[in-house]
Design a protein around this ligand. Structure first.
Ligand code: PAJ
Length: 280
């Protein structure tokens, strides 16, 4: 595995692969890699000969009171995991290289898809995500990029950006990887104490209960949401942030639920904010 830090080195490495006629698949991450990230690599390897992974904790997508400073940075371990999984090129740019003017003047606005849910509890988050993803796409110029269902609203805004701004990139989505007890893997899970981890499990349980009710025939979004809310509200020490049934492309609430719609939820446990979703 080749590891490159500067944008110009990255452009050269990619141009070299391209000149040999190789297809390029890209997996953007913020590091602190876990099995969820690594399954995206598996997916990338299935569709292209060269797999590029970026590790960049993007300050632009964190709010002023969020965890940018303490976000886990485990670059040596990440490099080893990425190499073992078959990443060919790892891109680890510095903040100064990505944002030489400190903050960019031009930002990409997520529009109506990024307004509610994660977009409402984290103002400017998706603007930061789309802006860095657009920059990374322009640097790496992949044929395909792989994202995780775990961040479903992120998938929706990235797909819309690619469509509306004509990026020549295919977007693939890989299913959420969970611990055996159901907790969706996340770099932020390492903030949780054992007790907090236990409380956090209720988010996936609530989403699974909503899915079970859908499978049994319930189609009213309000009834499904009530099932999930009741489960979250009874856990002392857990603060629900939102729980809703939405169209998975538009992220607008639906009234009558169809296959392909999603339940999205977010909670806070102690200082840690976690999100999860299921698709009906
Ligand atoms: P990060 O949170 O590091 O996630 C990188 C990718 O891994 C995202 O596509 C995310 O959805 C996926 N992922 C995380 N946990 C997963 C899980 N349990 N199962 C499957 N996929 C999972 O998402 C970001 O970084 C950033 O916003 C980024 C796109 C890199 C832009 O900065």
């Amino acid at each position: 595995m080749q590891q490159v830090e500067t944008i110009s080195e990255m452009r050269h490495a990619v141009a070299d692969a391209r000149s040999k006629g190789k297809g390029i698949a890209f997996v953007p991450t913020m590091g602190a890699l876990h099995e969820g990230h690594l399954t995206l690599v598996d997916e990338a390897k299935r569709v292209a000969e060269v797999v590029v992974m970026s590790v960049f904790v993007n300050p632009l997508q964190f709010g002023p009171t969020e965890d940018f400073a303490r976000y886990p940075r485990t670059l040596d371990q990440d490099a080893k995991l990425a190499e073992d999984r078959g990443v060919d090129l790892m891109f680890t740019p510095t903040q100064a290289d990505m944002y030489p003017e400190h903050a960019p003047v031009i930002l990409i606005h997520p529009g109506s898809i990024g307004k509610e849910w994660e977009g409402a509890v984290r103002p400017h988050h998706f603007e930061g995500v789309l802006t860095v993803v657009a920059k990374l796409f322009h640097i790496v110029m992949p044929d395909v990029a792989v994202f995780g269902q775990k961040d479903l609203q992120q998938v929706a805004v990235v797909k819309a950006m690619v469509r509306d701004l004509n990026f020549p990139v295919g977007i693939l989505v890989a299913p959420t990887v969970r611990d055996p007890d159901g907790l969706a893997m996340s770099s932020r899970n390492r903030y949780l104490s054992p007790k907090e981890r236990e409380l956090s499990l209720m988010l996936s349980k609530a989403l699974f209960a909503m899915r079970d009710a859908f499978v049994r025939g319930e189609r009213r979004a309000s009834a499904l949401e009530a099932i999930g809310w009741r489960m979250l509200e009874r856990v002392v020490g857990l603060t629900p942030r939102y729980l809703a049934v939405v169209n998975a492309d538009t992220f607008q609430r639906v009234n009558s639920v169809r296959h392909g719609d999603a339940a999205v939820g977010a909670i806070r446990v102690g200082e840690t904010k976690l999100i999860d979703n299921i698709i009906f």
